[in-house]
Structure formats: structure tokens, C-alpha cells
Write a protein that binds this ligand. Sequence first.
Ligand code: MTE
Ligand code: MO
Length: 201
Amino acid sequence: MASLTPGFRGRGAARDDSGRLPPGQHLVEGFPVLSAGPTPRVPEGSWRFTLETPDGTARRWTWREFMDLPQERPTVDIHCVTRWSKYDTTWVGVSVDTLLDGIDTSAKFALARCHGGYTTNVPLADVTGGKAWIVHTYDGEPLPAAHGGPARLLIPHLYFWKSAKWVRGLRLLDRDEPGFWESAGYHDYGDPWREQRYSWA
Ligand SMILES: Nc1nc2c(c(=O)[nH]1)N[C@H]1C(S)=C(S)[C@@H](COP(=O)(O)O)O[C@H]1N2
Ligand SMILES: [Mo]
């Protein structure tokens, strides 16, 4: 019989042996808030989401139009570059595939733009194919402003800085353009399984 070694418990969470925890991460109980600046307050009535393509075409949704789009309910693990992870987080929102439906574009990259000025860049392939959502509900409740409400991007397979809070649009680009943390030395791509934390590492 295997016995539990006390040293295998750390930081208040059980050691994970399921293969779900990326290297260098530990599980947290709560839901930490990490914001680079003050929390913007965006009323749903003035909220808009804009999708721009490289040729200058734009699609725009009001809150009500957005809520009328098909809604999905992803349950996903999230991984922050500051080394906390959280399993089975539950969200409601619109798949980025739904927003791009019918758009024919040469773009290979996307830049998420937020209230407050934060940006983050991703290859377009990483927000399509059922991999990313614009979410407005967390754990059955409207997304709190501190966590990006009224709506944030959710890209669970990349480090959580890519999941832009208070998102107001996606700009599709032919060329990659670094976002806020990517310009400050975070990794351009940010794969937790390859520990792509910083560009100098
Ligand atoms: N607009 C915006 N989005 C953001 C951030 C931010 O500062 N501003 N921080 C990022 C970082 S570094 C992380 S780890 C997550 C934290 O999300 P949380 O506060 O809901 O845990 O949001 C990401 N999205
Ligand atoms: Mo972060």
C-alpha cells in the first residue's frame, strides 16, 4: 500500500497526480484577482463588442445582440503564469467561432482589446476551433467586474494573461503584434505545458 508523504502536500492544495497540472503550477482554492490597473466599470447598456478584419470590415454587437447569439458552457482548467491553477471552472459565453462565422479572412493573428487599454495577442488558430469564448457568466453568476465583467475572453489552453478581461473587441491581423504583457517580456505564445512564461526564459 502506498502511503501519503507529508512533503507531497504544499501551499494548501493536494499534490496532483492526474496529469492535469502543468509543470511549475499549484492548485488554488479561491479565485485570485490579477489586474494591471484599476477595474473598469462598463454598464451592459453601453457595452459593445467589435470584430475588425485587416481589410477594415467591422462587425459589432450590443449586449442584447450578444446574448441572443448561441451560448456555450465551457468547463475548463485555467493556469496563471504566477503559478496558480484552478480546475473545472465553469463559464457561459459565446464561442469566438460564432463571432467569426461567415468571415473570410487572410488574418493569422488576433489582438484582444479591452476597456482600460490592456491588449493581448494570439494566433487566430488559438481562438478558433472551439478553443476560446467571450464569457459573461462564471460559476453560475454574472462575471464580477474584478474578474473582467461584464465580459472577458477565455482561452484556457494558454496562460491566463491571454484571457483578456473587460474585452471590447478582437482585431484580426495579418502580422503578429505584441500585447501589453508580451511587450513587457512575457512569452509571445504562453503555452503552460511548455512553461512559456517569459520571452527571456
Ligand atoms: N484587461 C485585462 N485583462 C487581463 C489582465 C489585466 O490586467 N487587464 N490581467 C491578465 C492576467 S495577468 C491574468 S493572470 C488574468 C487574471 O484574471 P482574474 O483576475 O480573473 O484571475 O487576467 C488577465 N487579463
Ligand atoms: Mo497573470
